[in-house]
Write a protein that binds this ligand. Structure first.
Ligand SMILES: [Zn+2]
Length: 312
């Protein structure tokens, strides 16, 4: 609560001139620098600032801190049929996120858009930006949902509905079944298996998070915080990332409980892995005839399920 108050009081800063195109958001020792497109009006910039303030605050609630200590945001104006038609982490300039926005959308439209949660979550790992794309996309898609639930943007039920719907979309990408996930995900321009790529990745992180929390010593949250502390300015290939996470978790090389072991299993998977066993252990059941989700309070890992939607 105190941290949140500090955050809110630290966020008070305003643009006073239409010609101001740079603005900052600070939290403790961390900070965001926003660079606006010159074509935006003062009012539009104020609306975008409020949106980024909210995303930042939600990230701090949901993860305990921002994913990096210094983040640069570049905002470019476009015309589209949604508020944020494009977001991308720029790996050439460390820690930069580019957003294309249509500034005519309302604050509420921006606030309910998921793109910024996804792009900020990409910065949770110091990934070099190529190779085993599924690992990075899976992490961003996993956290975009956790963060919104943890910040009460939607309920725990809604979070699981979204995850389950995503896993099902992943299974529907069957065209390249028989080809390994690494090849399918690193050639999306040809394969177009975006859903299999993203949702295999989400299932990887959910499975690791569940296993770690079941053991009780670590979580993906705690290990990503450790990874930030050691390595936020590096740019690592996917395998080195998972090896580093194993080291931080105290797993020996190729430990069957570890990140690298499951990484090898997933990258060579020939179709979307089955999501049902982990959801069953967590007590998440889908009632298709009623619609919606049912939680089994007696499930083996019901307490772990609850932890995932709560801030750390
Ligand atoms: Zn992404």
């Amino acid at each position: 609560m105190i941290r949140l108050f500090l955050l809110l009081s630290a966020l008070i800063a305003s643009l006073t001139h239409a010609g101001d195109n740079l603005q900052r958001i600070r939290f403790d020792q961390q900070g965001l620098q926003i660079q606006y497109d010159r074509d935006l009006s003062l009012r539009q910039k104020q609306r975008l600032y409020r949106w980024l303030q909210q995303i930042t605050a939600d990230f701090v609630v949901g993860f305990g801190q921002l994913p990096r200590d210094r983040i640069r945001i570049r905002i470019k104006k476009t015309a589209a049929n949604e508020p944020v038609p494009w977001g991308q982490v720029n790996r050439k300039v460390t820690n930069e996120i580019l957003f294309l926005v249509d500034p005519d959308f309302s604050f509420d439209d921006f606030a309910s858009d998921w793109t910024a949660y996804h792009e900020f979550a990409h910065l949770l790992i110091p990934y070099r930006g190529s190779g085993d794309l599924w690992l990075s996309e899976g992490l961003a898609s996993y956290y975009q949902n956790l963060l919104q639930a943890r910040a009460n943007r939607f309920s725990e039920e809604r979070m699981w509905e979204k995850l389950l719907a995503g896993f099902e979309r992943g299974h529907e990408d069957r065209e390249w079944n028989g080809t390994d996930l690494e090849s399918v995900g690193d050639n999306l321009g040809v394969t177009r298996q975006n859903m299999r790529t993203h949702w295999s990745g989400v299932l990887y992180w959910l499975t690791m998070d569940t296993n770690l929390r079941t053991e009780g010593k670590h979580s993906v949250d705690s290990l990503l915080a450790d990874l930030k502390n050691c390595c936020q300015l590096q740019q690592l290939p996917a395998r080195q990332l998972v090896m580093k996470l194993d080291q931080l978790a105290g797993f020996k090389s190729k430990d069957p409980r570890g990140f690298e072991h499951l990484f090898d299993e997933y990258r060579s998977s020939l179709s979307m892995p089955d999501h049902k066993p982990v959801l069953q252990r967590l007590g998440v059941e889908y009632r298709s005839w009623f619609g919606g989700i049912r939680f089994d309070p007696d499930a083996e890992l019901a307490p772990v399920r609850q932890q995932l939607a709560q801030h750390p």
